[in-house]
Design a protein around this ligand. Sequence first.
Ligand code: ATP
Ligand code: MG
Length: 285
Amino acid sequence: MTNMPSPATRSATSAAGRNDVVIDARDLVVGYRKLREKIELTALRDVNLQIRRGEFICIVGPSGCGKTTFINVVAGLVKPWQGTMHVNGTPVKGPGPDRAMVFQDYALMPWRTVQENVEFGLEFVKHDLSKQQLADRVAHYLDLVGLKGFEKSFPYELSGGMKQRVGIARALVCEPEILLADEPFGAVDAMTREGMQAELERIIAETGQTVVLITHSIDEAITLADRVVVVSHRPGRIREVVEVDLPRPRFEYDIKANERYHELREHVWDLLKGEAFGAATEGEA
Ligand SMILES: Nc1ncnc2c1ncn2[C@@H]1O[C@H](COP(=O)(O)OP(=O)(O)OP(=O)(O)O)[C@@H](O)[C@H]1O
Ligand SMILES: [Mg+2]
């Protein structure tokens, strides 16, 4: 490959002060009480992870290993049983405007139009935007996710991929310091997915936002992430954190033609292979 910038290029442009830790998980144990069956289920165990400002982290792991649980703890929606979660040095006590979430199941409000669903993202965020500026910002992000022309549609009139894109626009419109995304492209078609991944890489390079993105796609993880966190089957533990030492912007080059890309892919795949069916055989923890 020729004309590829060094991996340092992005860090220099997008993430000043990159070494300071924004998300700090220490000795996390997280679980749920299942009231009907009167049992406790441990979803995550012994999780230690420090995420630096401006980093793009992807989390991969088998279904049910606790990925959503982890970002819910960062978002302040789930409280850990043990251990601590700090964001910007402060213990997480609940949701805040510094963190926006793209939910796995879209979580749209069916009685609101596409535009109103995206506006909702800003309803709990302090801002001094005029009505017009707010409308322009919403229009900008709807355009970005390819939903121009659907502003007045209701969620029931959209496909799964379109609903997911509304969820992405609703998170991006807040321009949060930390973007938490739970399989944000799971329901979109392959072409749109690639376009949106490229767009996300571009936005993040521009804004320097910190991103934690869950995916089931190893390719997506390696093309997007600075580090890929591989989680074992439930109760999820961090199996390995894989540094993705590939240059950026990855979508402007044929990154898949890079030999290193394939080495990393194989490595993550090897780590996951041993985990895939573990959860199905394990009892309650
Ligand atoms: N609210 C809840 N109450 C009880 N158990 C829960 C709850 N949420 C999650 N769990 C359990 O915690 C474990 C981890 O769930 P989680 O949703 O974090 O997994 P995941 O890695 O995101 O899976 P997937 O890839 O399928 O989305 C699962 O065994 C799940 O059944
Ligand atoms: Mg999940």
